[in-house]
Design a protein around this ligand. Structure first.
Ligand code: CMP
Length: 147
C-alpha cells in the first residue's frame, strides 16, 4: 500500500554535489517527492533526531558529522516506501555497500561507515516521528499515520 518515509541526503553527499543525482535515482525508482527542506541541523536537533543511538560509541561522531553542513530532508511517497528506500540506499556501511550492493546509493555516493550519504526511516513508527520532526505543522504526521 502507499506509504511515506523520511529520507535525508547527508552533509557528505551535499558537499560532494550528489543531491540532484540522488533525487533523480529516487524518482527513477518510483518515489514521489512529497516534501523537501534544506537545512543545517544544530547539535541539539541532531541529538534529538538520533536519540535512539544516544550512548553508542559512534554517537558523538554521528552528531558532529550530521551538523557539519546542510542536509536535504525528503518526504518520499510510494507503495512500500520504507523498505524500498532502504533497499535503494543499500547497507549502512559504505564499504559493505560497495561490495554487496555496488549500484546502491551508499555505494555510489557514501564516504565511510558514518558518512554514508543518505538516511531512511527504519520502520513505520520511525517514519511518522521523523516526518513530523522535519515537517512540523505539515500534514506529514497525520498522512503518514493514515497510510
Ligand atoms: P543512519 O541510517 O542515518 O542511522 C544512524 C547512523 O549512524 C547511520 O546511518 C550511520 O551514519 C551512523 N552509524 C551507524 N552505525 C555506525 C557505526 N557502527 N559506526 C559509525 N557510524 C555508524
Amino acid at each position: 500500500s502507499v506509504e511515506r518515509t523520511l529520507a535525508m541526503i547527508k552533509p557528505d553527499a551535499v558537499r560532494n554535489g550528489h543531491v540532484d543525482s540522488i533525487i533523480a535515482a529516487c524518482e527513477a525508482a518510483g518515489f514521489v517527492v512529497a516534501g523537501r527542506t534544506d537545512q543545517q541541523l544544530t547539535t541539539s536537533q541532531a541529538s534529538q533526531f538520533y536519540a535512539e543511538h544516544e550512548g553508542k560509541e559512534f554517537f558523538a561522531g554521528l552528531t558532529t558529522f550530521m551538523t557539519s553542513g546542510p542536509v536535504v530532508a525528503l518526504l518520499l511517497e510510494k507503495p512500500n516506501a520504507i523498505k524500498d528506500w532502504r533497499a535503494l540506499m543499500g547497507p549502512t556501511n559504505t564499504e559493505k555497500a560497495k561490495s554487496e550492493a555496488p549500484e546502491s546509493l551508499r555505494a555510489l555516493y557514501g564516504t565511510d561507515g558514518t558518512q554514508n550519504a543518505t538516511h531512511g526511516s527504519d520502520s513505520f513508527i520511525s517514519a511518522a516521528r521523523e516526518a513530523a520532526f522535519w515537517f512540523p505543522g505539515d500534514l506529514a504526521k497525520e498522512r503518514t499515520l493514515a497510510m
